[in-house]
Design a protein around this ligand. Structure first.
Ligand SMILES: Cc1ncc(COP(=O)(O)O)c(C=O)c1O
Length: 387
């Protein structure tokens, strides 16, 4: 289907990447639960789901490219599959990566533990320090890798500054924009070369798939596809079908996550039990001005610190009824977790506190329920916890 070049994100989420239709075709792309497809003679294209080239995988790849405004897109078996395949594609033994020090834990492990076993090293930088990326770059630096907003302190990093420092070097700028979603941020339009999402989160949107996507130039996506084939990070057909369904409502869901999260953040800011609220949409957030300039909306994640430390945070979690205690994020239902039990459990309290994650810190993935129900649940839980 040919869409107008200025088609909006809701339209792209529904129709992006679709083939022309004929009478009798289903309106919804069918789920073809098949590992392989007829063909494979000399001139046939070989369709095999581990290659990422079955019809639905290709459709969702094109849709992701349309949403991100890139030449090509690819869907993989998980966010980590997407990140690993991308970094394996862009580096070889002897190469070097400069990465933000604020990264999802498994990404950090990949860079710190796994890639050095393959001869690729990483220097971690404070992403906001002026000139940090250029200062850390070496002759064999091939990738600048960043993530924003960051987990769980929700710092906003300006990709434009990172892109500017990559200029004139043989460096690919890669951004994990999972928390931002294409609704709130379009990194490719700001010069980022490769955009990655854990589509398990907002893109899937219903906490029922594990998925990852990569968007970038045709050449880069081809190289990532090769790694996906070799290391086996391909997407299962049923997951791709569910992901396509999620993408159809991405725009409306994320806009609702944005307004709900702002309402919840404002509510928490007014509560005496709460010492601090971290939300880029609040004037009190250190990156509020940048967020207002860069992001369409400040996202669905809200972090807050309750008075009384870890025990008080436990009591708040115990008192919640509507908001479920679970890791992960980006689904229609609200979830709460404490980084000291999840993403930052390997660190001691002093180190967590130094990173701005003291005990008492709660991370809320604000869903799309009615906001007054969420604030009522939080209010009740806070009252009970401090009774
Ligand atoms: C920012 C970010 N990137 C990547 C991942 C990994 O995604 P997945 O669990 O789909 O492999 C996560 C998972 O929590 C994440 O939060």
């Amino acid at each position: 289907m040919t869409l107008s070049p200025d088609a909006g994100l809701s339209t792209l989420g529904i129709h992006g990447g679709a083939e022309p239709t004929r009478p009798g075709d289903p309106v919804v792309p069918p789920l073809v639960q098949s590992a392989t497809f007829h063909g494979g003679r000399r001139d046939d294209a070989l369709l095999y789901s581990r290659y990422g080239n079955n019809p639905l995988q290709r459709l969702v790849g094109r849709k992701v490219a349309a949403l991100e405004g890139t030449e090509a897109g690819l869907v993989l078996g998980s966010g980590m599959g997407a990140i690993s395949a991308t970094l394996l594609a862009l580096t070889e033994a002897g190469d070097h990566i400069v990465a933000s020090e604020h990264l999802y834990g498994a990404t950090r492990e990949l860079l710190e533990v796994e890639l050095p076993r393959r001869g690729v090293t990483t220097t971690f930088v404070d992403p906001d320090r002026s000139g940090a990326w250029a200062d850390a770059a070496e002759e064999r630096t091939r990738v600048f890798y960043l993530e924003a907003p960051t987990n769980p302190t929700l710092r906003v990093v300006d990709p434009r500054a990172v892109v500017a420092q990559a200029r004139g070097r043989d460096v690919t700028v890669v951004m994990d924009a999972t928390f931002a979603t294409p609704v709130n941020l379009r990194p490719a339009a700001l010069g980022v070369d490769v955009v990655i999402h854990s589509a398990t989160k907002y893109m899937g949107g219903h906490s029922d798939v594990i998925a990852g996507v990569v968007a970038g130039s045709e050449a880069t996506v081809d190289a990532v596809t090769t790694m996906m084939k070799r290391y086996g990070a391909a997407a299962d057909p049923h997951m791709v079908w569910l992901l396509d369904r999620g993408l159809r409502t991405l725009d409306v869901r994320v806009r609702r996550h944005n307004t709900n999260a702002l309402a919840v953040a404002r509510f928490l800011e007014g509560r005496p039990e709460v010492a601090r609220v971290l939300y880029p949409g609040l004037e009190s957030h250190p990156d509020h001005a940048l967020a207002a300039d860069l992001l369409l909306g400040a996202g669905g994640m809200v972090s807050f610190v309750v008075n009384g430390g870890g025990e008080a945070a436990d009591r708040v979690m115990d008192g919640l009824e509507l908001i479920h205690v679970a890791p992960s994020l980006g689904g229609v239902e609200s979830l709460v977790s404490q980084p000291r039990y999840t993403s930052h459990r390997a660190m001691d309290e002093a180190r967590r506190t130094a990173l701005g994650i003291p005990d008492g810190f709660l991370r809320l993935s604000v869903g799309i329920e009615d906001p007054h129900d969420l604030t009522a649940d939080l209010g009740r839980a806070l009252e009970r916890a401090f009774d």
